[in-house]
Write a protein that binds this ligand. Sequence first.
Ligand code: NAI
Ligand code: AKG
Length: 526
Amino acid sequence: MTQKRVLVTEKIAEEGLEILRRKGYAVDVRLDMAPEELAAAIAPYDALIVRSQTQVTPELLDAAANLKIIGRAGVTIDNIDVEAASERGVIVCNAPTSNIVSAAEHTMALLLACARRIPQADASMHAGSWERAAFTGTELYQKTLAIFGLGRIGGLVAERARGFGMRLVGHDPYCSPERAAALGVELFESVGDILPIADFITVHLPKTSETIGMFGPSELAAMKDGVVLVNCARGGIFDVDAVADFVAAGKVDAVGLDVYEEEPCHDSPLHEFDNALLTPHIAAVTREAQVRAGTQIAEYVWEGLEGSIVPTAINAAPLPPEVMDAVGPYVPACQMAGRVIGQILGSTPKVLRLEAMGAVADADPAILLAGALDGLLAYRRIGAVSAANALAVADRHGIRVECEAVPEAGEYASAVRVTADGVEVGVTLYGANQAARVVSLLGYKIDIAPAKQTLLFEYVDAPGRIGAIGTILGEAGVNITTMQIGDKPAEQCALVFMNVEGEVPDEVLGRLREAIDLKNLWYITL
Ligand SMILES: NC(=O)C1=CN([C@@H]2O[C@H](COP(=O)(O)OP(=O)(O)OC[C@H]3O[C@@H](n4cnc5c(N)ncnc54)[C@H](O)[C@@H]3O)[C@@H](O)[C@H]2O)C=CC1
Ligand SMILES: O=C(O)CCC(=O)C(=O)O
């Protein structure tokens, strides 16, 4: 049997490398490779281990002819094109809890260093001075700390900040009131309500289109004078140009950053301020986190290469061919159903129900459930769902899962119905390429393939509604591509499922809401 080969492109703990060598693999550690050099070298390797700097692009994956698994020695996989890896059958896995304590402690370190002006005082002493009044600080005690993102790291920060006697407020639309209460955090629905009351703000959010630029000039203007900002999550959540303006104006007392939009970062508008405390993405750089990340990822890569289930696989873990044949094509359809439901609900549901109907009734529903959950939690980039971890993910988010096999699928050979907290989407597959179609939605019977952008209108049925919608969209230059109307005669209600081309701006949605007496309007993007 040929020896399996593992390429490690960023520094991981020696303990992790040792595990892989003991398993009999040939392990090559090649740090600081240029992208072209990596692409030229990768073909013979079975596994690739990275941290946050190696960019795993479709082009790199095309060159990786033998690659079976990519291990991320850490949490975040935003440097890995997971979709491209999935398309090529490459497993992506991470070590999702390896460095969260270190990240939470680094956050506390930056909060304290900002509040007590530690780096400035240190620099002053190193310059031979003995100044004290210039470094008058602020206590954390009884101050209000706002935590944006109450997931793994945000939760650990809450626990630690409570020890300092801070009042905790937070915003996380997906955090249950029970979790917030257990953390001692007062949850706020609106970001705008938190900004004026927080003395300290820390963000523990994933990098998504919603969170990048979440704190720009108007949010900064709404903050308390003398606010302290900390970001140990991902660069760009605070708009640094705007932060620099507000630091210069004295509105922001101090800012602590560990992460940057472009890394490595040698220059930023904040470099000139001594009350901007900048660390080079070292929140996870502790001995303990590195050993955990290195050893965990080595074990997972070994499991993947030996064909076992990888507990932290982010994309499809290998499943028996008979399972894949039976239900595999339904996975994207379930993901789509989950995404639609997630956007309609706007929060994490308490109950997720999956009914496998007709020809798929007898198949193992784990992979369908994984697809639906993956779609439902698509707002997160971290720790997406596979068949291997679907139940654990549901449990961690407080979602009760129910699966049912239904022998009949009505007029279809097979279908899957996904329902979360009463919001229902039925899907089936159609045609030679098994494209997903929505066949029921919120109790309305329809039959349409969703597009990238869809508008859902629900209203009490009356003539002229479609015309009014069409006029407003037409004036806004939004092209309607396909459309279906479902009705509920008993309630005299109608649902219009309208696929459109291009983005629909908020202002157009506002005009639609104003002009037409709607029960609901949702703008869904897939
Ligand atoms: N600086 C470093 O070395 C490290 C940075 N990180 C970063 O820390 C961040 C947090 O990581 P974890 O706590 O492990 O993630 P997590 O997934 O456990 O928590 C993220 C939380 O953000 C919430 N969220 C998502 N979108 C939101 C929005 N628009 N508004 C408010 N809340 C929202 C989610 O519901 C979730 O509770 C990530 O960006 C990760 O990349 C993680 C480890 C080390
Ligand atoms: O030091 C590293 O590997 C980066 C850690 C990190 O940002 C993460 O795990 O998300």
